[in-house]
Design a binder for this molecule. Structure first.
Ligand SMILES: [Zn+2]
Length: 156
């Protein structure tokens, strides 16, 4: 038998075996996530072992004060200064109003859903939003009115 062929064949066998072992070792980390009304469900790998983000409630923070890997917001001295807010609590509320803003005015807001984000981060079971649905709706109304007022040519 030809020697190089034998080497290639055994390498392929080892690769397949390693791939199978890796796949076998964490079969439970794959979940279906809701892709929205029009999108099909997707399979994502759940990323575990991170800290809870106060803004979005997903476990997607490497360190406190860093930008969340799910929503992108960071709660720290710099962002507090940027938003001109004196305390973390007010900053979390401001960011939650932006994060949970629905696409359509008045559509229900699911604070605890989906259980796993599209990026694969799990929702913390102990996290609670600081804003109410009614406050998000109120905020949405105000910014929609502001945008309309700013658009030239539109009646005010
Ligand atoms: Zn977040």
């Amino acid at each position: 038998m030809n020697r190089p062929i034998l080497i290639v064949a055994s390498l392929a066998l080892v690769t397949a075996l390693v791939a199978w072992l890796v796949f076998r070792s964490n079969p439970s980390t794959l979940v279906k996530v809701e892709g929205g009304a029009k999108q099909p469900k997707e399979t994502v790998e759940v990323i575990l072992g991170l800290k809870t983000c106060e803004v979005c409630g997903y476990d997607a923070l490497k360190e406190a004060g860093m930008a969340c890997m799910n929503c992108g917001y960071a709660i720290n001295q710099q962002t507090m200064a940027q938003e001109m807010l004196a305390d973390e609590h007010s900053l979390v509320i401001q960011y939650q109003l932006d994060y949970f803003l629905p696409d359509t005015l008045g559509s229900p807001i699911h604070f605890m859903k989906p259980r796993v984000s599209k990026k694969g981060y799990p929702k913390s079971a102990t996290w609670k939003p600081l804003v109410f649905e009614s406050e998000v709706f109120e905020y949405h109304k105000v910014i929609t009115e502001l945008e309309q007022a700013r658009t030239p040519g539109k009646p005010q």
